[in-house]
Design a protein. Structure first.
Length: 288
């Protein structure tokens, strides 16, 4: 999986997202485009677009949706501090891949909503219906979802929706079915301890589970490396330790389930995660 999957594109001409604190809003109002260029270095957690991520092996997408302030069209955008592409374009890009690869399955995790009213949610639900139709798997018990089951039903998309709206729509899986504990640290050692503890506690039976191999910069980190950005200041330096943890994991009921990272092309993250599947006992292959 990829963390902030859509952030390969950040629109520097866009306004600041409504979820950003007042300090950030003020910083941008004073320094304008220069501030946004610096912000981009810390907001972009991916460099590959959806098609490239899919081609490389990514199957879980972390999606955050926002409206733009004073937008007469009420358009929906991906967002992370600044705005990214229109949601409709991203969903269609993923669908084009699925149409060409009928046995592939993706997880779309809509986990943050900013500036959205009821009618915006209705618009997004309709957009999902129009784009994916019967490709979407209705919410059932997680342990019933094997690849064999999905292939038989011709389902290719599981949509997780972290909003009460999920209860009203058959093809939306409730957000609690996709827990993603967050370490919120810049320290690789603390991150690994957190990941290990989460695996030990394990997901509640009946849900999927995300291990976020992601470091989060503090304000002081950003100030020190303001011109370098997230990738150079944090991700690349911590990569060896994080990859060592991934390599030692086991997939399955008491191990890892979905692993997400920033800059998924770095090192051998994707191939290492995929290899974990092959270590499963024979006969379990179609359940991960």
């Amino acid at each position: 999986g990829s963390h902030d999957s859509f952030s390969f594109y950040i629109d520097e001409a866009s306004p600041v997202g409504p979820e950003q604190p007042e300090t950030v809003q003020n910083f941008v109002s004073v320094f304008g485009t220069v501030a946004k260029k610096l912000m981009r270095k810390w907001l972009a957690t991916q460099t590959m677009n959806f098609t490239s991520q899919l081609g490389a092996g990514i199957r879980y997408f972390d999606l955050r949706i926002s409206t733009k302030p004073r937008d007469p069209d009420n358009e929906l955008y991906f967002a992370h501090g600044l705005f990214s592409a229109k949601v409709k374009e991203g969903l269609e890009e993923i669908n084009a891949f699925l149409a060409e690869h009928p046995k592939e399955v993706v997880f779309l995790d809509f986990n943050h909503f900013y500036g959205m009213q009821k009618y915006h949610h209705e618009k997004l639900v309709q957009m999902l219906k129009d784009t994916y139709g019967n490709k979407m798997c209705p919410a059932i018990f997680a342990h019933e979802v094997s690849l064999q089951y999905l292939w038989e039903k011709e389902h290719q998309v599981l949509v997780f929706y972290h909003s009460p709206v999920a209860v009203e729509v058959a093809f939306l899986w409730p957000g609690q079915m996709m827990p993603a504990p967050w370490a919120n640290t810049t320290d690789p050692e603390k991150l690994i301890q957190f990941l290990q503890a989460s695996i030990t506690e394990r997901r509640k039976k009946g849900s999927f589970f995300i291990s976020q191999v992601v470091l989060t910069p503090k304000a002081s980190t950003v100030v020190k490396g303001v011109a370098s950005g997230l990738r150079e200041t944090i991700t690349e330096r911590a990569l060896p330790a994080m990859m060592e943890w991934v390599r030692t994991q086991k997939a399955g009921e008491s191990g890892v389930n979905i692993i997400t990272a920033d800059f998924v092309e770095l090192g051998d993250f994707i191939s290492t995660v995929i290899k974990l599947n092959y270590a499963l006992d024979e006969g379990e292959d179609d359940t991960t």
